[in-house]
Write a new protein. Structure first.
Length: 202
C-alpha cells in the first residue's frame, strides 16, 4: 500500500526560507508520508518566471538537507516531465495511477484567497485534501476541515528578485545585495543565482 502523499507545489522563483520552513515542518509532522516538492513547469496564470531547469536546480539546493536525511522527501520534476501547468491535471494523473492513494496539497493561505481562479478547484478538492500554511501578517481564517500549519514568515520572492537585480553600491565601489537578502534565501540558492546571473543579477 502506498504511503500518503503530500504535494508542496509552487513557482519557487526563487525558493526562500519560508519555503524551507514549510517543507521542514511538513517532513517533521508527517514523517510517514511522502513529501514531493514540485516546482511548476509554467505559471498557471502566464506569469514570466526563471526557466523550469533553473528553478528545479534551486530547489535541489534549498531543500537538499531534507532529501539527504529522508528518502520520503524528493524534488519532483513531474510537471516539467509531463509538461502540465495545472494542479487539477497533476492530481488527476496521480489518481489515475494510484486511485486509492491519499493525497494532500500543501498550500499557502494566500492561494486559497484566489481559489476561484484555479482550474476546476472543486474537482481538485474531491481528489485531494489540503494542508494550509498561514502567513505572518495575515489575519488567518479556518477553512472548514482542512489541516493547518503554523504561520510562516512573510517573505516575497518578488522582492528578492528585485533586490538581487538592483544591488546596493558600497562606498568602496563594490556591489552587494541588501543585507536582508542572505538571511531570507538559502546560501546555495544565492550562489546559484549569482553564478547563472538570474534575475539580472549583477
Amino acid at each position: 500500500m502506498s504511503l500518503p502523499l503530500i504535494i508542496f507545489g509552487g513557482g519557487f522563483d526563487p525558493p526562500h526560507i519560508s519555503h524551507v520552513l514549510t517543507a521542514t515542518w511538513a517532513a517533521s509532522v508527517f514523517p510517514d508520508s511522502d513529501l514531493w516538492i514540485v516546482p511548476c513547469w509554467k505559471h498557471s496564470f502566464g506569469k514570466e518566471m526563471a526557466s523550469f531547469r533553473h528553478r528545479y536546480e534551486m530547489c535541489q539546493r534549498a531543500f537538499g538537507h531534507l532529501t539527504a536525511s529522508s528518502s520520503l522527501v524528493q524534488i519532483s520534476a513531474i510537471e516539467g516531465e509531463l509538461e502540465i501547468t495545472r494542479t487539477f491535471d497533476l492530481v488527476t494523473r496521480l489518481k489515475e495511477d494510484q486511485p486509492d492513494r491519499d493525497i494532500k496539497l500543501l498550500v499557502g493561505e494566500d492561494n486559497l484567497a484566489v481559489s476561484n481562479q484555479w482550474y476546476k478547484w472543486d474537482e481538485i478538492l474531491k481528489m485531494a485534501g489540503l494542508i494550509v500554511v498561514g502567513r505572518e501578517g495575515k489575519e488567518g481564517k479556518r477553512w472548514n476541515e482542512h489541516l493547518w500549519a503554523p504561520k510562516m514568515p512573510r517573505i516575497s520572492s518578488t522582492d528578492i528578485r528585485a533586490a538581487v537585480g538592483d544591488p546596493l553600491e558600497l562606498h568602496d565601489g563594490e556591489l552587494q545585495w541588501p543585507s536582508w537578502v542572505p538571511h531570507l534565501v538559502p546560501r546555495r540558492v544565492l550562489e546559484y543565482i549569482r553564478y547563472h546571473g538570474l534575475y539580472n543579477c549583477k
